[in-house]
Design a protein around this ligand. Structure first.
Ligand code: SAJ
Length: 408
């Protein structure tokens, strides 16, 4: 069984490597020449616990990387699926283009599996037509399926092997063939269902989390108004056997939870009301943080935004991914308020030109600010908390116990 994985990003690459490490013949394909070159030079393209070892094993087992697709039995498409900022609907162009490329090289009998998160109906509306336009009969010449991933950045390797998965296919027999490949590394249950159910299930999972984070964030705003301790309230409420409130924070980032619920809002605008409200609440959090920063500045007569330092640019702790990050959203909001000069430090982000005023050195960053806003709870800050002594701290992650610490 030969598998061609199309799209070597945060999902496609670990999946390809995991299959290869477990004896599947794999070629990973990406149109980004630099990325493929880096991989072929034996260098990993992002940081993640355990990924370097997995990379080595996959290379030893013969994984190949290329910019060109090849003939294979199964194609796994793992490319980005952004949403259109106006319509809120899915932008399926990367998936469509990837499937078009696959059509140029795939033999009859091949199975095309889309792993990218897609809104319900995407396979019918966009993927099937591409295959038919190329003269193939679906179900006879080419088979299609949707097998959404469920791995969490920060714990990818473990979750790839231990999370249950879903495979949506037109015919159960095709689902079984795909299951065989995923079973090479996935030790948990693999459910086979139809394509539409698989599409909806994935979007629902991330929407569930978004709504629950929004609830915690809304509680934070309510508690702030009357000076109640939201963290203590959540801690106590969670002792109830059927209550499990998530943690408030400076906003929801990443390319999953802050995106997927929009697919439902875009496709069902009159029905997805709670979902839409949750998105709005989570998107309002960077502005809320900005309000808290202003309050602290006023209280201590600090008038200059350049005395404020934001710790953390990534979308969450201990990853190097900055997509849709709350800090980036906050910086955007600041621009609108014409405030500038705020300082940034993030030990996980290697390119220190990512945003203006980013520091290489944590100590220099601290020297130049009076207020430190903890936006991300990287292990680094937890281990260096003492260095914040003497600063005013806005702790959006509830990890700091020093004097002069403010919370959301
Ligand atoms: N966050 C909070 N409060 C919380 C939990 C998270 O504010 O209590 C914030 C985080 O700081 C971050 C954002 O939410 O900004 C999202 O982080 P996350 O760790 O909840 O999730 P992701 O986006 O890294 O990964 C999610 C996961 N989905 C679910 O947990 C339902 C993962 O399993 C999916 O595979 C992934 O989306 C995906 O690829 O779809």
């Amino acid at each position: 069984m030969k598998v061609c994985v199309v799209g070597l990003g945060y999902i496609g690459l670990p999946t390809a490597m995991m299959m290869a490490a477990h004896g599947v013949e794999v070629i990973g394909v990406d149109y980004n020449k630099d990325l493929v070159k880096t991989l072929n030079e034996g260098k990993m393209t992002f940081e993640e616990e355990g990924i370097d070892n997995l990379f080595k094993t996959a290379v030893n087992k013969g994984i190949k990387f290329s910019t060109e697709g090849v003939s294979a039995d199964i194609y796994v498409v793992a490319v980005p699926t952004p949403y259109d900022k106006n319509s809120k609907k899915i932008d399926p162009s990367y998936v469509v283009n990837a499937v078009k490329d696959v059509m140029k090289v795939c033999p009859k009998g091949a199975i095309v599996v889309v792993e990218s998160t897609i809104s319900p109906g995407t396979m019918d509306r966009y993927v099937r037509p591409v295959i038919e336009e190329n003269g193939f009969i679906i179900g006879e010449d080419i088979h299609i399926a949707h097998a959404p991933e469920r791995i969490i950045p920060g714990n990818m390797i473990y979750e790839l092997q231990h999370n249950s998965r879903t495979i949506g296919a037109d015919e159960p027999g095709i689902g079984e063939k795909i299951k065989e490949v995923y079973s090479s590394f996935c030790q948990s249950e693999i459910v086979i269902t139809d394509i539409r159910t698989a599409e909806m299930t994935k979007v629902v999972e991330n929407t569930f989390r978004d709504i629950n984070i929004a609830f915690a964030n809304e509680l934070t705003k309510i508690c702030r108004q009357d000076n109640m301790d939201v963290y203590e309230i959540i801690r106590i409420a969670n002792k109830h056997p059927r209550v499990n409130i998530l943690q408030p924070g400076p906003g929801v980032g990443g390319h999953c939870i802050s995106v997927d619920p929009w697919f439902l809002v875009g496709d069902y605008p009159n029905l997805a009301l709670l979902i839409h409200e949750a998105r709005k609440i989570n998107d309002s959090m960077p502005e809320f943080v900005l309000g808290r920063i202003s309050e602290i500045m006023e209280e201590h007569n600090i008038n200059d935004a350049s005395r404020v330092g934001l710790y953390g640019l990534t979308y969450k702790e201990d990853v190097d991914d900055i997509r849709e990050s709350p800090t980036l959203q906050l910086l955007e909001n600041m621009k609108r308020h014409l405030a500038s000069g705020v300082k940034i430090f993030d030990p996980m982000v290697k390119n220190k030109n990512t945003v203006p005023n980013m520091y290489e050195s944590f100590d220099e960053f601290l020297n130049d600010v009076d207020i430190v806003v903890i936006m991300v709870s990287h292990t680094h800050i937890k281990e260096n908390m003492d260095k914040l002594k003497g600063k005013y701290i806005l702790d959006t992650k509830n990890i700091c116990n020093l004097d002069n610490t403010y919370r959301l």
